[in-house]
Ligand binder design. Sequence first.
Ligand code: MV4
Length: 447
Amino acid sequence: MFQKILIANRGEIALRVLRACKELGIQTVVVHSTADADAMHVRLADESVCIGPPPSRDSYLNIHQIVAACEITGADAVHPGYGFLSENAKFADILAAHNITFIGPSGDHIRIMGDKIEAKRTAKRLGIPVVPGSDGAVTDQKEARRIAAEIGYPVIIKASAGGGGRGMKVALTEADLEVALQTASTEAGAAFGDDAVYIEKYLEKPRHIEVQVFGDGFGRGVHFGERDCSLQRRHQKGGGEAPSPALNAEERARIGGICAKAIADLGYSGAGTIEFLYENGEFYFIEMNTRLQVEHPVTEAITGIDLVHEQIRVASGGGLSVKQEDIKFNGHAIECRINAEDPRTFTPSPGTITHFHTPGGLGIRVDSGVYSGYKIPPYYDSLIGKLIVHGRNRVECMMRLRRALDEFVVDGIKTTLPLFRDLVGNADIANGDYDIHWLEKYLAKEE
Ligand code: MV4
């Protein structure tokens, strides 16, 4: 097991990882920018190293500074959290070259999944159902027309270097195809330095369902069920829930089994999330994330398993603490992302939190790095905390969520709490009847 882990992140996820390290008796080092000297993760860690000025590229993304912090403190592993360097293959490779363990998959697996064309090709080869479309990059207009005619309109053009919604263009008919292909490719070249694009059938009303997987480092793979993260705006998740209201136990076991086998065959190590669009009872792979995700606590709530413990165990060579048959799903969990943002316009609302009071009681978890008197710096993303609620079933979970949202107090700044208070009273949300476009339509109506 590791002696000392360096946490290369900030905010609630840095605290989340710190807690897991403490429970496992592992010493902790955090790195921070000058803007984060007062942050909770700095206060709670055993050691801290200031690695640079506020902009992320000079601090939380500065690989050399982080490696130096490892060398100075004698850390033997790095947990990257999510965002920042968590899916940076070069970072994983550099740490390996310094004999520091990256708590995550190999640089090569990160690289494959970062290239969306390669990711899709790999998924298909491993037996994961994918969206019908081009087999690889498309450059030629004639070829694009042939493929689009074959799969049928509408189609979507995606950048191979994109992901998370960046660099996509929909063509409703053949008349739109030429411009869509041209602009998608030009924009991808400018944004990512890689103009490769591919074509898929455009699914009009899917849900976003993602399967939590783990490779144990010994060639075995397991799944921890799915999360439904269909509630989103402009590719920013509002949160998520598990299990998905759209799936039954049979569908869960089928897609979970496919994913677990794929992870085993790939020889993948650590936590991963296989993302699907789900429409008319079918799953279609879109991307795989090679990191821990913001919504991982809903999976922890329904399985009772600490996924960060598992990440650390696997990275240290100790394997998973559970086999597939030990992973049981209990009840229902919902997570709401609490952002320092205007709940209508979503413009960031940094500033001082004058009062912070979190809800409590059975089935309530709040993961947050802020406190009363904390000043939110303007340099980073607006997530200030997550409310995770668990109940024996979805109805109980929703009742408890409504109550918890009423107890939550964040004064001094604007937050997304009022939005969630509205949503828990909505009939579609109560019925679990929503797709990836639902929230944007709801917000448009409310204006
Ligand atoms: C799609 C799609 C419809 N059809 N692919 C957006 C993020 C990126 N991960 C993939 N995305 C989409 N891919 C096909 N073939 C619709 C989306 C999409 C979306 C997906 C998941 C969650 C929210 C979304 C919002 C808009 C569009």
